[in-house]
Design a protein around this ligand. Structure first.
Ligand SMILES: [Zn+2]
Length: 212
């Protein structure tokens, strides 16, 4: 679902739910929840006709691509022939639009996605203070929408939960963005400390959003 212009391939929701059921049966000591990360949810308005999002425990929305003419491209590619600062500004501006979408998603994932591929060799170390206004604007839009902001533990910096709280954010989720099992839970202790320092507290169940 990384190209918002294309109709996403239908998610095989029945097969997915059956696989989750098999995991639950195989590991009864674990509590396995269901969820999906929906890329560019503001551009896939007809996804509701493909998947009944209500059947999932959590829907995470994320922005992976930005428009380039008629196409869309990942920040990583855009950095090659655009001013890197323009790419980050464009990313944060489109996040404001995404936050205004009526598509169901409960959490906004990796707000720092464009930072991850920042071209340090060419542009120098990433300095978040240059983009503070943009990040805060995006956070205000997300907070207004009532959604939570994901705290991606492996890369989390204290400014993320602190600015989020200052801009009216009420809830956070934790994530590893682990694409391999060994990366699950990496740096989660440090991430928890940063989130607690910003005033967020856990809910009754482990999977609950943390709130302030
Ligand atoms: Zn993602």
């Amino acid at each position: 679902m990384h190209d918002g212009r294309l109709r996403p391939p239908p998610l095989e929701i029945d097969g997915y739910l059956a696989a989750v059921d098999r995991c639950r049966a195989a590991y009864p000591q674990l509590r396995v929840l269901t969820g999906v990360e929906l890329g560019q949810p503001h551009l896939v308005g007809d996804v509701a006709g493909t998947v009944d999002l209500r059947t999932l425990d959590r829907v995470v929305g994320s922005l992976h691509t930005l428009p380039v003419g008629e196409e869309r491209a990942e920040p990583r590619g855009l950095y090659e022939d655009h001013d890197p600062a323009d790419v980050v500004h464009a990313y944060l501006e489109e996040m404001v639009v995404m936050a205004g979408s009526g598509t169901r998603f409960d959490v906004v994932a990796h707000l720092d996605y464009a930072v991850r591929s920042w071209p340090t060799a060419r542009a120098g170390a990433f300095d978040v203070t240059r983009f503070e206004d943009g990040f805060r604007q995006a956070m205000r839009a997300i907070a207004r929408s009532g959604r939570a902001l994901e705290m991606s533990a492996a890369l989390l910096q204290p400014w993320m939960p602190r600015w989020w709280a200052e801009e009216g954010g009420r809830a956070v989720s934790f994530a590893s963005d682990a694409h391999v099992p060994d990366a699950l839970g990496v740096r989660s202790g440090e991430a928890v400390a940063m989130v607690e320092a910003a005033g967020f507290r856990p809910g009754a169940r482990p999977e609950d959003l943390w709130r302030r």
